[in-house]
Ligand binder design. Structure first.
Ligand code: ZN
Length: 142
């Protein structure tokens, strides 16, 4: 048991709340934009933005689909992130914020600053590495 319980000050919690609120605002805006773009894409009549010197480009069909899938994934990712943020805000209100759901340890402020919606400490982060391996290097989550 490592004894590194740096307890959160009200300032820390306030800082996290601000981070979450700001991130939430950004994500909501992004999500709006992505959904609009996706909606516009599904309308077949649209040819705006295409350069005039490429009248019919068959290859575009493939890229379109790919872009669309990519965008849907992006939207899904945003939605999940928004949920995580809402949950984190709920935990802030409930006073349970910043504790690892696996080991119950306090999550470091550095980690919370980088990823304020996280529910686990760095040791128990489930899906954060890009692929397998034991690289524990913290990444900038921006
Ligand atoms: Zn943990």
């Amino acid at each position: 048991m490592t004894e590194r319980h740096e307890s959160f000050t009200p300032e820390h919690l306030e800082e996290c709340r601000n981070l979450l609120t700001e991130k939430r605002r950004q994500l909501t805006e992004d999500l709006d934009r992505l959904r609009t773009e996706l909606g516009e894409r599904s309308a077949p009549e649209r040819s705006a933005g295409a350069p005039s010197d490429t009248p019919t480009h068959q290859a575009d069909a493939g890229t379109e689909t790919f872009d669309r899938e990519l965008q849907e994934k992006l939207i899904e990712g945003h939605e999940n992130r928004l949920l995580a943020i809402d949950e984190a805000l709920g935990r802030l209100d409930a006073g349970t914020y910043g504790t690892c759901t696996v080991c119950g340890e306090r999550i470091g402020m550095d980690r919370l600053r980088a990823k304020p919606w996280t529910t686990t400490c760095l040791d128990h982060a489930p899906d954060e590495g890009e692929g397998p391996g034991d690289r524990r290097t913290p990444k900038p989550w921006v």
